[in-house]
Design a protein around this ligand. Structure first.
Ligand SMILES: N[C@@H](CCC(=O)N[C@@H](CS)C(=O)NCC(=O)O)C(=O)O
Length: 212
């Protein structure tokens, strides 16, 4: 498999964790988001959205991190990233989607750039925007971690799930943007445990081949 990734992309970070967790070997192709390589005609031939990640497998390209991870779960079911019970699966998806659908799209690079350029917002306004959507989502996850985390080490239950795969990159990103995480002690503890696992550690931005 080949993964189109960028070291600081939190959506690509999710897929790197899933690949590592499932012990699937892969190579990385790393368009540089900082210099705009993802917006070239060449890269858009791979992903017309001009976004990473994208996964190349068996002559096909799959885009969207959650679709890629679901695909990986089908082709390599063990270890599973979803619980078998339908209600538990729905809860894991709901937690993951708080991040992937409600926080991340509002705080993506292109959105922040648009706020700065077209909307003429200064750095403080953009940081406030970023923190606002993180805190809305993290507040809900902190509440749900109470009843749904079985051990204080996983967002749902007591094994790694898609919810954890989405949480760790968003925590990394929030720290990078200087968001105060003290209101979320349960999330901090879960993140700390997950980051100690080899699959998560090997997916960290700073250890990626294109990290600068
Ligand atoms: N919903 C997409 C989001 C992908 C996405 O937004 N990727 C970001 C990096 S985390 C990107 O490529 N941004 C480029 C840009 O905003 O110009 C997914 O989950 O894969």
């Amino acid at each position: 498999m080949k993964l189109y990734s960028y070291w600081r992309s939190s959506a690509a970070y999710r897929v790197r964790i899933a690949l590592n967790y499932k012990q699937i070997e892969y190579q990385q192709i790393t368009p540089n988001l900082a210099s705009g390589e993802h917006l070239t005609v060449d890269y858009r031939a791979t992903n017309p959205q001009g976004l990473v990640p994208a996964l190349a497998h068996e002559g096909e390209i799959i885009t969207q991190s959650l679709a890629i991870i679901e695909y990986l779960d089908y082709v390599q079911p063990k270890p599973a990233l979803w619980p078998a019970d339908p209600m538990a699966r729905a809860r894991v998806n709901a937690m993951a989607q708080v991040i992937a659908c409600d926080i991340h799209p509002l705080n993506n690079l292109r959105v922040l750039k648009y706020l700065k350029s077209e909307m003429a917002q200064d750095g403080a306004a953009v940081s406030a925007w970023y923190a606002r959507w993180v805190s809305e989502g993290f507040s809900a996850l902190e509440t749900w971690a109470g009843p749904y985390s079985a051990d204080g080490k996983h967002l749902y239950g007591d094994v790694v799930s898609l919810a954890d795969v989405c949480l760790v990159p968003q925590m990394y990103n929030a720290r990078r943007f200087g968001v105060d995480l003290q209101p979320y002690p349960k999330l901090i503890a879960i993140d700390q445990h997950l980051c100690s696992l080899p699959a998560f550690a090997a997916a960290e931005p700073e250890v990626q081949p294109d990290a600068t």
